[in-house]
Design a protein around this ligand. Structure first.
Ligand code: HSE
Length: 406
């Protein structure tokens, strides 16, 4: 029998228990042994819930029980999760976590402790919810130099942008719906400001580079400034707006960014809607690959956590991960990235045209009849630093800038 302790009985923790209860027989077949959830650590009690008989309140019970071989950490946040996970690994217990904040900040160190103890620190659920992406990067795409990963990595904001785009829905209403569906973070600021997607692309960037990519170094812009008017321009241009998290190789460096972007229908992420996530990967010998599926929510996330538990159970005394050193990677300067920009501006397009052409080059004007006193334009491809210098001359007039992907 393989004994597991689950730390945290929130949305994902209760999902983990549900997945094991629902699919236990099949899971046991796959492991070749019986999987038993021995403890569930939580501050609260759950009277009337069958889980109550497994509830413990003291972490030391887990550490002191040599029968517990695998620990699931689904508490979220850095502390006490970090201290608990580190102590579990040091005590020779493999850990599976969905905690992207923990993985993004301490992944390299925790992987190294797991390696030293010949056990595993696994975190499939930390990126893309139920979509397999960590294991494919570590185990399948190992022949490639990964040149690009671009993803829709946050279900909450994708759900919101989809509703805003297709239904003209109001920002606050759709945020409440996403929260009610259990997609949003406890503090939804992490979703709408892009921090959640940023931690996830930091993890993926670290995995493809083998070095530490700090999420604080990644330029991060959320969706809070996206308006109904922006959506109207997007539609007029035949594009949609998605919150993209992207990491592209430039020589020895990576260019990483999280920002809302306009996508044309040819882009592989254009049709990724609602709470779904998708991750586009380009390898130098593979070419393109796409990973698509349920990116948030209780059971999809729990499915990935339990799959990690199965993997840990199949490799109890063998480390199966991975290249991610603590040495920090310097990212490429954001100003050096080249792309086109969509700009909304106050004023009259006819009057501004020659000035704008002089500043930005051959721009394309976009007009929306119902939006008076403003217009939009698309710049040619230019470096972001150059765009910023030129746009600075018009800062009183510019209402919004959105990057164009592809
Ligand atoms: N709040 C996250 C999201 C949960 O909306 O994608 C999954 O990490």
């Amino acid at each position: 029998m393989i004994n597991v302790a689950v730390m945290g009985y929130g949305t994902v923790g209760s999902g983990v228990v549900e997945v094991v209860n629902t699919n236990g027989a099949r899971i046991n077949q796959r492991i070749g042994e019986e999987l038993n959830i021995k403890y569930v650590l939580d501050l609260r009690d759950f009277p009337g819930d069958p889980v109550q008989e497994k509830i413990i309140h003291d972490f030391e019970t887990i550490i002191n029980d040599d029968d517990v071989q695998i620990v699931v950490e689904v508490m979220g946040g850095i502390e006490p999760a970090y201290t608990f996970v580190k102590r579990c690994l040091q005590a020779g217990k493999s850990v599976a976590t969905s905690n992207k904040a923990l993985v993004a900040k301490h992944g390299a160190e925790l992987l190294s402790i797991a390696k030293d103890h010949n056990i595993n620190f696994l975190f499939e659920a930390s990126v893309g919810g139920g979509i397999p992406i960590i294991r494919p990067l570590n185990s399948s795409l190992t022949a490639d130099e990964i040149e690009e990963i671009t993803g829709i990595l946050n279900g909450t904001t994708n759900y919101m942008l989809t509703k805003m785009f297709y239904e003209g829905a109001d920002y606050n209403t759709v945020l409440k719906e996403a929260q009610a569906n259990g997609y949003a973070e406890r503090n939804p600021e992490a979703d709408v400001e892009g921090y959640d997607a940023c931690r996830k692309i930091a993890i993926l960037s670290s995995l493809i580079s083998g070095q530490q990519v700090d999420f604080e170094d990644i330029y991060c812009e959320g969706i809070t400034e996206i308006t109904v008017e922006d959506m109207k321009y997007a539609k007029a241009m035949g594009t949609t707006i998605k919150l993209l998290a992207s990491s592209k190789r430039v020589g020895d460096r990576l260019h990483a960014i999280v920002a809302p972007c306009m996508l044309y229908p040819e882009h592989p992420l254009y049709n990724v809607n609602d709470v779904f996530n998708a991750i586009f990967v380009h390898g130098n010998v593979l070419g393109d690959a796409m990973f698509y599926g349920s990116g948030a929510g209780k059971l999809p996330t729990a499915s990935a956590v339990v799959a990690d538990v199965v993997d840990a159970a199949k490799h109890l005394n063998r480390n199966i991960m991975t290249m991610w050193k603590q040495e920090k990677l310097t990212l490429e300067d954001k100003g050096d990235a080249k792309r086109r920009f969509f700009v909304r501006m106050k004023g009259d397009a006819e009057k501004e045209l020659s000035n704008l052409k002089y500043s930005f080059g051959d721009i394309e004007i976009i007009r929306i009849d119902e939006l008076e006193g403003e217009f939009g334009f698309i710049t040619p491809i230019m470096m972001e630093g150059d765009y910023a210098t030129r746009a600075n001359r018009y800062k009183e007039q510019i209402l919004h800038m959105i990057r164009i992907e592809g």
